[in-house]
Design a protein around this ligand. Structure first.
Ligand code: SAM
Length: 279
């Protein structure tokens, strides 16, 4: 039975507010599960199990699947769809409230999910900031977000810097709205992010790095010397000096910088004598 009929039979109306666009095309489900290169010994975390269509594909490939779903209306359906898969544990929870370190108990894991688009950035942040991170993520997101994740200097954003700091993102498939029910208003893409064991650039400390990057993107259209001056609460002269010493023209804009350039600025900022930065 297709997803639409299944939900109609159960009298479940998909909720836009929960980002409910369910996948119903078997080829797409296989494509997503295959992109994760799941080994029979792997543990997979699925965010937003929905009707269980993707969960089944994951359960057929992995040792264990931990499937999180916030909508309690879907739980009876999930339990019945997954009854032949004792290797699946369904949790009724909001992923943003789940402590991944506790849930996974320190074992290696992958994340595969068709994300609820209304909280994509928050979920990415939750995954990246977990103490014990996934080895790789295969995520269906809005195409526009996918493009931001893989952007190159010239079109970078805080999201691209974060994703590329934690891993190497690439787009593995583009999905038309027709593979979902109901159809989303936007095109989608599947992104695979292989998470690094160590960041690809040397930073003094992750917090300082992101403090500097967030300051830089705080006023995106401004030249870096201005955005860093207000975001880091330092004088224009100190900001220009910091950038020059990091080898970055103070007139450039945040979206043009590479990760290495951000790291160079963050290293110098961290090493600075605080007195130099009093306005
Ligand atoms: N995996 C299913 C599929 O591919 O058909 C459903 C994907 S649908 C785009 C997103 C799912 O995430 C929905 O089932 C929705 O109820 C669930 N969801 C939304 N917000 C959530 C949250 N904060 N925590 C866990 N699940 C959530």
């Amino acid at each position: 039975m297709n997803v639409k009929h299944l939900l109609e039979k159960l009298n479940i109306q998909p909720k836009k507010s929960l980002g409910q666009n369910f996948l119903q095309d078997p080829n797409t489900l296989d494509k997503i599960a295959n992109a994760a290169d799941i080994a029979p010994t792997d543990t997979v975390l699925e965010i937003g199990a929905g009707t269980g269509a993707l969960t089944i594909k994951l359960a057929q490939r992995a040792a264990q699947v931990l499937a999180i779903e916030i909508d309690e209306r879907l739980l009876p359906l999930l339990h019945s769809q997954l009854r032949d898969f004792p290797n699946v544990n369904v949790y009724h929870a909001d992923i943003l409230q789940v402590d991944l370190d506790v849930l996974l108990g320190g074992r290696p894991y992958l994340v595969v999910a068709n994300l609820p688009y209304y909280i994509t950035s928050k979920i990415l942040r939750h995954l990246f900031e977990a103490r014990h991170k996934a080895q790789r993520l295969v995520l269906t997101v809005q195409q526009e977000v996918a493009e931001r994740l893989v952007a190159a200097p010239g079109e970078m954003s805080l999201l691209s810097v974060s994703a590329q700091f934690y891993g190497s993102p690439r787009i593995v498939a583009r999905l038309s709205p027709s593979v979902f029910y109901p159809r989303p208003e936007v095109a989608s893409a599947v992104v695979r992010i292989d998470v690094y064991a160590q960041p690809p650039v040397e930073v003094p400390d992750e917090q300082v790095f992101f403090h500097v990057v967030s300051a830089g993107f705080g006023q995106r259209r401004k030249q870096l010397k201005n955005s860093l001056s207000s975001g880091l609460a330092i004088s224009h002269t100190a900001a220009a000096d910091l950038l020059t010493r990091a080898g970055v023209d103070p007139m450039r804009r945040a979206e043009t910088l590479s990760l290495e350039e951000w790291a160079a600025i963050a290293r110098l900022f961290a090493a600075q004598d605080a007195r130099l930065f009093v306005q």
